[in-house]
Design a protein around this ligand. Structure first.
Ligand SMILES: Nc1ncnc2c1ncn2[C@@H]1O[C@H](COP(=O)(O)OP(=O)(O)OP(=O)(O)O)[C@@H](O)[C@H]1O
Length: 327
């Protein structure tokens, strides 16, 4: 239903979005996850037709955003990071204004406004000035505006940013409700948020798609890349020599240490589900490098995010489901 193909956005020489391709099926809830400046808002702004892409295409239900912008925009409800609210309008007045802009038929407006105000929990606030609402309620009004006209696709840029924990739960529940009947794309830099509401997580870093999968699969897949954390005593060259003789080590991450230190803390990433603890023990014993500490690390979604956005773990094409989809 949404096809993003080779999207590029350049600001001068800075590449904010770097050949991004993905598809979102009808009814899916997709979470864009990435650190600040990853390119999430830029991508969303392009999909909604708010800004043009430098290269690439976006199609919604087969319609290209550049060739048929009106049709595409009508099928999308967008809540930007800062909702475009008019502070001096009352809530109901604002929603009427949005309904008019979105060309909702006059005869349908009253019921739609009532339904949307109930859904977003702002009925009691309908006569309040927007400027006097709390941040959480302002966010709900923004969301109500995005849903107005019942677009098929709802795009939410950091919908819970700046809200208190109670408001976050309320907005998340609202998103879950919307997800039952809509295709939703939301962005966040909070993992728990994405894993709580999304069918699929797309981790974006420096404008590139790093990995795309379900939250559960991501954790499972990364657990296959289990790490072994070690503290070893001995000369670094000797330790390195010992490791070079062990098969199945995928990567070694050395922690910073003072020069000529005798203690080395490091994490070994192993291939697949291999458990190399015994091999490591015997090999280091052979080279007389005592293991002072050894622990297995299982990765949470939080760790995965940190790892992939720091580009410490490189996923192979087979591991990246996007590549699989293209096959
Ligand atoms: N209008 C602009 N002019 C120049 N550079 C821009 C512009 N908009 C965004 N950028 C740059 O493009 C990159 C991506 O920005 P973007 O806002 O899409 O990231 P983001 O993932 O949404 O981050 P955040 O979570 O901080 O909003 C950043 O480096 C940003 O500084």
């Amino acid at each position: 239903m949404i096809e993003v193909d080779n999207l590029v956005k350049k600001y001068g020489s800075h590449v904010a979005v770097d050949h991004l391709s993905f598809t979102v099926e009808k009814g899916e809830v997709i979470g864009f996850l990435g650190p600040n400046g990853a390119g999430k808002s830029t991508t969303m702004n392009i999909i909604t037709g708010y800004i043009p892409a430098t290269e690439g295409s976006v199609k919604v239900n087969g319609h290209d955003i550049n060739e048929n912008p009106k049709k595409v925009k009508r099928s999308i409800g967008y809540l930007p990071e800062i909702p475009p609210l008019y502070p001096d309008m009352k809530v109901k007045e604002y929603l009427k204004f949005v309904a008019d802009i979105k060309k909702v038929e006059k005869a349908k407006q009253a019921k739609m406004m009532e339904d949307i105000m109930s859904l977003t929990g702002i009925k009691d606030m309908e006569q309040r000035l927007i400027k006097n609402l709390s941040k959480g309620y302002k966010q709900r009004v923004g969301l109500a505006g995005a849903i107005m006209g019942y677009p098929e696709v709802i795009i939410l840029d950091e919908p819970t940013v700046g809200l208190d924990p109670v408001q976050i739960i309320e907005i998340r529940d609202l998103i879950k409700d919307l997800a039952k009947t809509h295709t939703v794309i939301l962005s966040s830099h909070i993992l728990s948020e994405v894993s709580a509401v999304c069918d699929k997580v797309m981790i974006i870093n420096k404008g590139k798609l790093i990995v795309s999968d379900t939250p559960d699969n991501l954790v499972e897949r990364m657990q296959n890349q289990r790490g072994i954390h070690l503290t070893i005593k001995g000369e670094r060259e000797v330790v390195e020599k010992a490791f070079s003789e062990i098969e199945g080590i995928k990567d070694i991450k050395w922690e910073e240490e003072p020069e000529e230190s005798e203690m080395h803390s490091l994490t070994i990433y192993t291939k697949e589900t291999e458990d190399l603890r015994e091999n490591i023990f015997y090999k280091l014993a052979k080279y007389q490098c005592p293991i002072m500490e050894l622990s297995m690390m299982t990765m949470s979604l939080e760790d995965i995010f940190l790892e992939v956005t720091k580009e410490k773990i490189e996923l192979t094409p087979e591991e990246c489901s996007l590549e699989k989809e293209e096959e």
